[in-house]
Design a protein around this ligand. Sequence first.
Ligand SMILES: Cc1cc2nc3c(=O)[nH]c(=O)nc-3n(C[C@H](O)[C@H](O)[C@H](O)COP(=O)(O)OP(=O)(O)OC[C@H]3O[C@@H](n4cnc5c(N)ncnc54)[C@H](O)[C@@H]3O)c2cc1C
Length: 494
Amino acid sequence: MTHLSRAGLLRLVAAAPLALGLTAPAARTASAAPGGAGADAERAVAEARRASGADPLGLLRRCVAGPVLLPTDAEYATEAAGFEVAHTPAPRLVVGATRAEDVRAAVVYALAVGAEVRVQATGHGLEDDLRDTVLVTTRRLGGVSVDPKARTATIGAGVRWREVLDAAAPHGLAPLLGSASAVGAVGYSLGGGTGLLSRQHGWAADAVRSLDVVTGDGRLRTADAKRDAELHWALRGGKSGLGVVTRAVVDLVPVTRMRGGAVFFAAADAAAVLHAWRRWAPTLPREAATSVALLALPPSLQLPPPLSGKQVVSVRFSHTGDPAAADALVAPVRTWAPVLLDSVQELPFTASDAVHTDPTDPAPTVNGGTGLRELPAAAVDALLAAAGPGSGSPLVAVELRLMGGALSEAPEVPDAVIGRGAAYSLWGLGIVAGPAGAQARPALDRMVASVGRWACPGPLNLAGGGRRDDLRTPEQRKRLEKARRRFDPAGVIG
Ligand SMILES: Cc1cc2nc3c(=O)[nH]c(=O)nc-3n(C[C@H](O)[C@H](O)[C@H](O)COP(=O)(O)OP(=O)(O)OC[C@H]3O[C@@H](n4cnc5c(N)ncnc54)[C@H](O)[C@@H]3O)c2cc1C
C-alpha cells in the first residue's frame, strides 16, 4: 500500500465505496431487506479494511489534506474542543476536514478500524466525551454564497448562522436561524431548527433544499427532492446516523428588520407573568415570535445593573411585520408587573441575537426539554412548583417557547422533523460544575416530569439526550432506521 503515490492513494479512497459494493442501487435496495443490512455492513467493513491495507492510519494521513491529530499531538485538544465544556472530548483521533474527500477518507478509516464517526462544527450540541470515536471537525469547510434570485444560500458544513445572516442581509434576505447566531447552520438544520422566523416560515430543516453528504458507506452524494430523496428526507430532522454533511443549500426569506427584544420582570412576579404570557402568546400572529424564560443571571459587568446577579423573568418578543402593529401587540406585556428593563426596539434582523441574549461564553451545562400540546393554568402551576422561584431548582434557564403557525404545517418536501404537534416547547438549562452541579440533571428531569400530562414530542434540538428516536412515531422510526441501514449499513456514523 505504501508504495502508492498520493494521487494513487486518493484514487483508492475515492474508489473504496465502489469496492464496498454499495453503489448499485439494486444492491442497496436489497440491503433494506431483513438480513441484507448485516451482509452489507460486513462487506463495507471488509472492503474498507482491504482498501486501507495494513496501515489505515498511514493511509488516512496521506489522503487527508487537513490535520489528522492524535491525543499525543499538541493541537489535538484545541481541535476537538467545542462550545459545550461539560465534556472533555477524547476521540481516538480528529480529522480536521478541509474538503469532502477528507471526510470520505475519515469514514473509510473508521470502517476499517471499527470506530464510530462523530461530527463537530461548533460544539454547541456536544453531549458526551466522544471516547474512542473518529471525530471529523468541519470548521474548515467554510464559505457562504448567496443567490439572491433563487433566494438561497450555499453553505459549507462549518458555517455558523452569523456568516449566513451577514451574507444574506445586503440582499434583503435572512436565513431561518435560531436564538443564537453562533450556532452551526448545518447541525441546527439537521435537528429541525426553530427560531424567530419559524412560526411564519417553518422549520430550518424544511428550508434545506439539498445536502452534499458523505454517507456511512463512504460515498459522497447530493441529496435533494429528486436525487437520493430518501436521504434528503431522513437527514432533515433525522440528524444523526446517516452521514457527514459537507455542504448545504438553504432557502432564505425576505426579512431585513424587526421589532425585537425582551421585557424583564423580577422573579417574584414569575407566576403573574407566566400566567399572563400563556393567555397572550397564542393570540399573536405568525410574524411574531415569543418565549418566556425564568433566568438566574450571573453577576456581570456586561449585564445592565437591574439584571446582574438577579433571578428574573424575561418575556422575549419579535415581530417582522408592521412596526405599529408590533408595538400594539407588545404593549400589554408591560402591564403584567413592574418592569425591570425593556429592550424591545426597532432592530436590523442581523441583530436578532438581542432577543434571547443567549450566553456567548462556553460553560459546562446540561439541557433538555419537551414539547407541550397545550399550556393550561395547571401546567404553568406545575412548572413553577418544579422549577420556579422558591422551588429550590438549580436550573439557570427555564424557557417556554410559542410554537404553532408554520411549525405545525407539513412542509412542501416531506422530512423527518419531529415536534410539529407541539403548541409550545419547554427547555431548561443547568450548570453541571460547582456545588449544585450534580443536581442539574435531576432538576431537568423534574422539570420535564412536572408537565408530563401535557407533553408531546418537541424540537429534537432542544430535547437533550442525543438521538431521541423514542420521540418518533413507530412509522417514522421504522422509515428512519431503514434509511440508516441503507446509507450507513455498518452503523459507522454516530
Ligand atoms: C446557545 C444555544 C442556543 C440554541 N438555540 C437554538 C434555537 O433557537 N433553536 C434550535 O432549534 N436549537 C437551538 N440550539 C440547539 C442547537 O441547534 C443544537 O445544539 C445543534 O445541534 C448545534 O449544532 P452545531 O453544529 O452548532 O453543534 P455541534 O456540537 O458542532 O454539532 C451538534 C451535532 O449536530 C450534528 N452535525 C453537526 N454538523 C454536522 C454535519 N456536517 N453532518 C452531520 N451532522 C452534523 C451532529 O449530530 C453533531 O453531534 C441552541 C444551542 C445553544 C448552545
